[in-house]
Design a protein around this ligand. Structure first.
Ligand code: LLP
Length: 443
């Protein structure tokens, strides 16, 4: 059994996270429940920041809030001196509402709407990461309307394929994101951006994918970006002040996953930047990164209550929990694997193999196949690890199931960060058009 962060087994044989017995958390907050180990999030943030400090380069570590965007998380990011990457008006609003400093917000996305751009311009955010020519011209025009000049990075697609699931790899040429490096589009985009009077071109951005374990892909991307920077400087006399290398470091979901230590990743990319740019007598740029999963992924645990079970002799035994693909769509979407324990009887010997089903009306709603557990009873608590990234963020109300609460735990204290949705929340935006309200008597 692999326990992350502050997780441990307490004297009662219960799982404890952040000094809180999860059985008590289930009592107090109900299940399903997302539990966030605050100390582990802060530890990850510090690993990034300290590793960059050690490189001597100027840097920004922008937490990719898409992984888990809630106001409490923005507060932690602020306290840990992180910047923030947002990709929609919703994520931007969450950050601003949490009082996150706008100057440290970077706005991403391949189809920012005029309203979203105007909102970000009004908030005076720090940087727009421009994805395509439409956006380049739209942003320049909207900034001009407001008499502003805004910082931009251009997102380029370096032509690096990271070894990851195809839905989460983005650096290859055939991608919906960014200006392609290989076919000259990125070069044209630089010329175009430099000619727009309301844009201040800081440099370029590259993100090659997510849940990546090898350093090679990142190093290749740095080489390509550096080569491009040198060419642009020589031929166009434009010097990049910022290189943003995106996010992407993988985490350990299950045994066999071998993530790069954060410090090793940072050292590899900063060494490579220093070598490439120094060799070209190029002023060292600032390095920005955008970690999402590696900041919050292993700090999250989802706690469920086991309900029904179905034993098919000679085939398998299903146990069903009170959540499922609504709070964690990743197994259904990406065939992602997770580890889990029986959180209220964690030390008991393993005695059966079960497959964990969700409660949605869909056969694909399976969380874990073939999990070894002590004999499972209805009412037991199941804790699924590593659900901090892209779980709450991707949760849905399929089957009109309510999204769980989120609690942050630290040093024995458990504080609500997101309330559990109520049944009234479920119908909160519904409207019955007047013409449908006629009773049958009135017809
Ligand atoms: N920067 C950009 C431009 C991105 O597109 C992403 C992730 C990140 C940073 C953060 O990447 P990370 O450090 O988290 O790998 N829903 C999928 C992951 C989608 C990733 C999207 N972009 C999943 O559940 O695995």
């Amino acid at each position: 059994m692999y326990l992350h962060g502050t997780a441990k087994v307490n004297g009662q044989g219960h799982l404890e996270i952040g000094g809180c017995d999860v059985a008590d958390l289930a009592q107090e907050f109900g299940t399903p429940l997302y539990i966030v180990d605050e100390a582990l999030v802060r530890q990850r943030a510090r690993e990034y920041v300290e590793s960059f400090r050690a490189s001597g380069l100027k840097f920004q570590v922008a937490y990719a809030s898409k992984a888990f965007s809630v106001m409490a998380m923005c507060s932690i990011a602020e306290q840990e001196d992180l910047s923030l990457d947002v990709v929609s008006d919703g994520e931007l609003y969450t950050a601003l509402k949490a009082g996150f400093p706008a100057q440290r917000i970077h706005f991403h996305g391949n189809n920012k709407t005029p309203d979203e751009i105007n909102m970000a311009l009004d908030a005076n955010i720090g940087c727009f990461v421009v994805d395509n020519f439409n956006e380049l011209h739209l942003l320049n025009a909207l900034a001009a309307d407001k008499g502003k000049k805004v910082n931009v990075l251009l997102r380029i697609t370096p032509g690096v394929e990271a070894h990851t699931h195809e839905y989460i790899s983005t650096g290859q040429t055939d991608s919906k994101f960014g200006f392609d490096l290989g076919n000259g589009t990125a070069y044209r985009a630089i010329q175009e951006a430099a000619s727009q009077s309301n844009l201040d071109l800081l440099g370029v951005h590259s993100h090659i994918g997510s849940q990546i374990f090898e350093v090679e892909g990142f190093a290749m991307a740095v080489d390509k970006v550096a080569g491009f920077a040198v060419k642009v400087r020589e031929e166009l006399n434009i010097t990049f002040r910022v290189i943003n290398l995106g996010g992407g470091i993988g985490i350990r979901y299950v045994e066999g996953d071998t993530p790069l230590p954060i410090a090793a990743y940072v050292k590899a990319i900063t060494d490579s930047i220093i070598t490439n740019f120094t060799n070209a007598s190029y002023p060292l740029p600032e390095i920005w990164v955008e970690p999402g999963r590696s900041m919050v992924g292993d700090a999250g645990t989802t706690l469920y209550t086991v309900g029904t079970s179905k034993d098919i002799p000679g085939v398998r035994k299903y146990i069903a929990v009170d959540g499922g693909m609504t709070d964690n769509p990743r197994p259904a979407l990406y065939e992602s694997k997770y580890e889990a324990v029986l959180a209220n009887r964690i030390n008991e010997p393993v005695s059966e193999t079960v497959s964990v089903a969700g409660k949605c009306c869909e056969s694909g709603d399976m969380l874990i196949w073939d999990l070894e557990l002590p004999k499972v009873n209805s009412g037991d608590l199941l804790a699924v690890f590593c659900t901090g990234a892209y779980n709450y963020a991707m949760a849905s109300n399929y089957n009109r199931i309510r999204r769980p609460a989120v609690v942050f735990v630290k040093d024995g204290a458990a504080d609500l960060a997101v309330k559990r949705e109520s049944l009234d929340d479920i119908v909160g935006n519904d409207v019955i058009p007047a013409r449908l309200k006629q009773t049958s008597a009135a017809k």
